[in-house]
Write a protein that binds this ligand. Structure first.
Ligand code: 9MR
Length: 568
C-alpha cells in the first residue's frame, strides 16, 4: 500500500499506439518511503496485465515538486486500460482515467490538425457537409482592401482599393499577416514534402477533396491564393499585413466583422518570407500546377530583388501610428533581425534555381541550431537544404555535414534534458521555453526530433518526438490536453473569435492553444503564477489560450509525421 500518494496521473489523453513508449506521471508532495508499485488493468475485466515500480523523476518540477513515473511500454495489446496504485487498506485505490492502446489513436487528431486551417478560411462560406455544426456564412470578402497611407505609392495612393481575398485568419483575430503566414506555410509544405504518400492518402473532407491535389496542398493553396495578392506587382514589394485598424469585438462572427481592411506598409521581412514561401511552393506544386508554379517562382524572385534594394525596412507600428491615420493596433510581427529570413529565402531560391548567388548567401550565414518561430526562420531553410541534399553543389559535403551535426547535437542535448526532467519531456527541462505560444515551442521541438531521426535513423529521437506529443496531449503540469476537442480535459474557451461567436457550440476542433506563458501579458486571472502552470482556459487570455496558424502547423507536422513513420 502507498498511503502517501495522491493526485492524478498525467499522460497522453488520446492513449498510445502499440509500439510507442508509454509513460504516466504523478506529482507528489514527498517521496514515499518504500518504492511504490503500479498495475495496469484491463478496463472491462479489471484483470492486471502489467505492473512495475514507480520511479522518481530525476529532477523536480518547475514548481519544486517531486514526480513519480510509471513506464509501461511493454503494454502492446490493443484495448482499454487504466493505471492503479493501491493506497492504504486497498479500499480506495488511486486510479487513472481509462486510456486506449490502438494503432489508430492519433488518426483523427492528425486530420483535424490540418482541417483546422479550413475553419480559418476567409472569404468563403463553410458548408455543413464540410464543416458540420461549425458551418457558417462567408466572412471578409477582402476584394476592396484600402491602401493604408503607410503603404501608399504613386501607382497606389492612399485608399486605392485592391483585392486580396481568401487566405486564413491568423489566429483568434481575423487579420492576415504575411510574416506569420510564411512560417506556417513553410512548415505545412515541408510536412508534405517529408511524408508525401501519407498525406496524399489523407482525406480532409474539404471542398476540393477529390481533385488532383492532395488535400493538404489544396488547403495550403487556398492561402497561397491570398499571399500572391500581397505583392505589389509594380515593384515586387510585399505588404506586411492585411488588417482592420483595431481588433474586432471578441464575439463578432466573421460575416459581421465589417470594419474597413487595409494593406499596411511593405517590409523586408514580409518580402523575404514571401520569397521563401513562393520559391518552395514553386517546387511543391510543380507536379500538380505547372504554369502556376512558374508564376510562384517569378513572384519569389521579384520579392527577393525588392528586399535586396530595401534590406532594412522594419515594421515599427508605433512609428507608423505617429505619422499616419488611422492608427493600426493589431498584431505587429515586428522583427528587426532579418539574417534568418534572408537565409531561408536564399535556401528555397537556391533549390528552385541552383543559382550561385543564393548559394553564397547560404554559406555566409550562421549555422548554429535555433528552434524556428515566426521571428527566427533560419532552420526552415536548413531543413529544406538538408532534405534536398541531392540538389546541393558539388563539393558541399563538408558544409552539409557541419549543418547536420549542429541539428543532431541540438536534438541530442534536448533529448537528454527531457529525459532528466520531471515529466520526462523536453519542455519541462527549461523555464525559458515558456514564451507566448509555448506549445508551438514544444511542437517545433517535435519537428527537430523527426528531422534528427530522418538523418540518423536513431529511434531514440522518435521516442522524444512521441514524448513531445504526449506533453501537448496531457503529460504536463496543468493536466490539459492543449488541442481543442481531443482529450478528456481540453480548452473550452479558447481566445478564438470564430468560437466565441458561437457559444452554443463546442470550440472548433483540432486547434492547439498557445499554452503556459508566465508573462501573462493579457492581465487575465490565472490559477497559478508558476511558469509551466501559467495557463488559463478563459476566452480573455490571448497570451495563453489563443489559437494561431503558426502553432497549428508544427502540431500538424508532428502528429502527422509520427503517424506516417509509425505507418498507421
Ligand atoms: O505569436 C505572437 C507572439 O510571439 C508575440 O509575442 C505576440 C505579441 O506581439 O503576438 C503573437 O501573435 C499574435 C498576433 O500579434 C496577432 N494575432 C494573434 C497572434 C497570437 O497570439
Amino acid at each position: 500500500a502507498n498511503p502517501e500518494i495522491s493526485g492524478d496521473f498525467r499522460f497522453n489523453q488520446l492513449g498510445f499506439s502499440p509500439q510507442s513508449e508509454k509513460v504516466a506521471v504523478l506529482v507528489t508532495q514527498d517521496l514515499p518511503k518504500a518504492p511504490p508499485t503500479f498495475v495496469v488493468r484491463a478496463s472491462k475485466s479489471g484483470r492486471a496485465v502489467l505492473g512495475g515500480e514507480l520511479q522518481p523523476g530525476q529532477e523536480k518540477t518547475l514548481s519544486g515538486k517531486t514526480t513519480l513515473v510509471a513506464e509501461f511500454s511493454g503494454l502492446k495489446t490493443p484495448g482499454q486500460y487504466y493505471l492503479e496504485i493501491a493506497t492504504a487498506g486497498d479500499t480506495d485505490a488511486l486510479r487513472s482515467k481509462p486510456f486506449n492502446v490502438d494503432d489508430k489513436v492519433y488518426q483523427d487528431l492528425a486530420a483535424a490538425s490540418v482541417k483546422a486551417f479550413y475553419y480559418q478560411r476567409a472569404s468563403t462560406e463553410l458548408k455543413e457537409v464540410h464543416a458540420g455544426p461549425w458551418h457558417r456564412a462567408a466572412g471578409h470578402p477582402d476584394d476592396k482592401v484600402r491602401i493604408h497611407p503607410s503603404a501608399a505609392t504613386e501607382e497606389r495612393p492612399t485608399n486605392t482599393l485592391v483585392s486580396a481575398p481568401k487566405g486564413w485568419y491568423d489566429a483568434g483575430d481575423y487579420n492576415k499577416y504575411v510574416v506569420n503566414s510564411g512560417i506556417t506555410m513553410g512548415t505545412l509544405m515541408s510536412a508534405f514534402e517529408r511524408y508525401p504518400e501519407y498525406f496524399s492518402a489523407q482525406p480532409l473532407n474539404i471542398p476540393e477533396s477529390g481533385n488532383a491535389l492532395p488535400d493538404i496542398l489544396d488547403e495550403v493553396h487556398y492561402n497561397l491564393a491570398w499571399l500572391v495578392a500581397m505583392q505589389d506587382p509594380s515593384d515586387g514589394g510585399v505588404y506586411h499585413k492585411l488588417t482592420t485598424a483595431g481588433f474586432e469585438g471578441m464575439e463578432t462572427a466573421a460575416h459581421q466583422a465589417t470594419q474597413p481592411r487595409y494593406m499596411v506598409q511593405k517590409t523586408t521581412a514580409a518580402a523575404l518570407d514571401f520569397a521563401a514561401v513562393m520559391a518552395q511552393a514553386s517546387r511543391v506544386y510543380a507536379p500538380y500546377l505547372e504554369q502556376e508554379s512558374k508564376t510562384y517562382l517569378q513572384a519569389a524572385l521579384a520579392a527577393w530583388r525588392w528586399a535586396e534594394n530595401n534590406p532594412a525596412v522594419h515594421y515599427r507600428q508605433d512609428e507608423i501610428n505617429r505619422q499616419f491615420d488611422p492608427d493600426v493596433t493589431t498584431g505587429a510581427y515586428g522583427d528587426e533581425q532579418l539574417d534568418d529570413e534572408r537565409l531561408w529565402a536564399a535556401a528555397e531560391l537556391y533549390l528552385a534555381t541552383q543559382e550561385e548567388t543564393f548559394w553564397s548567401t547560404i554559406t555566409n550565414s550562421t549555422r548554429g541550431y535555433s528552434l524556428p518561430n515566426w521571428g527566427d526562420v533560419r532552420w526552415l531553410g536548413y531543413y529544406s537544404l538538408l532534405f534536398h541534399g541531392d540538389k546541393l553543389p558539388e563539393g558541399s559535403g563538408p558544409w552539409r555535414s557541419a549543418i547536420e551535426k549542429n541539428l543532431v547535437v541540438a536534438a541530442r542535448e534536448l533529448r537528454s534534458a527531457g529525459e532528466r526532467s520531471a515529466y520526462r519531456v523536453p519542455m519541462a527541462s527549461n523555464p525559458d521555453f515558456f514564451v507566448w505560444g509555448s506549445n508551438a515551442v514544444a511542437a517545433n521541438q517535435g519537428i527537430l526530433f523527426l528531422e534528427a531521426f530522418r538523418i540518423t535513423n536513431d529511434s531514440e529521437f522518435l521516442h522524444s518526438a512521441e514524448a513531445t506529443r504526449d506533453y501537448l496531449l496531457g503529460r504536463n503540469a496543468t493536466g490539459f490536453s492543449y488541442v481543442t476537442g481531443f482529450g478528456y480535459k481540453t480548452p473550452q474557451h479558447p481566445h478564438h473569435r470564430l468560437a466565441a461567436a458561437r457559444p452554443d457550440l463546442p470550440p472548433l476542433p483540432g486547434f492547439l492553444v498557445g499554452g503556459p506563458n508566465p508573462s501573462q501579458q493579457d492581465g487575465c486571472e490565472y490559477p497559478s503564477k508558476i511558469t509551466d502552470q501559467s495557463y488559463t482556459d478563459h476566452v480573455c487570455s490571448y497570451a495563453s489560450n489563443e489559437i494561431a496558424i503558426n502553432w497549428n502547423a508544427p502540431l500538424a507536422y508532428l502528429v502527422n509525421g509520427l503517424n506516417a513513420i509509425e505507418s498507421y
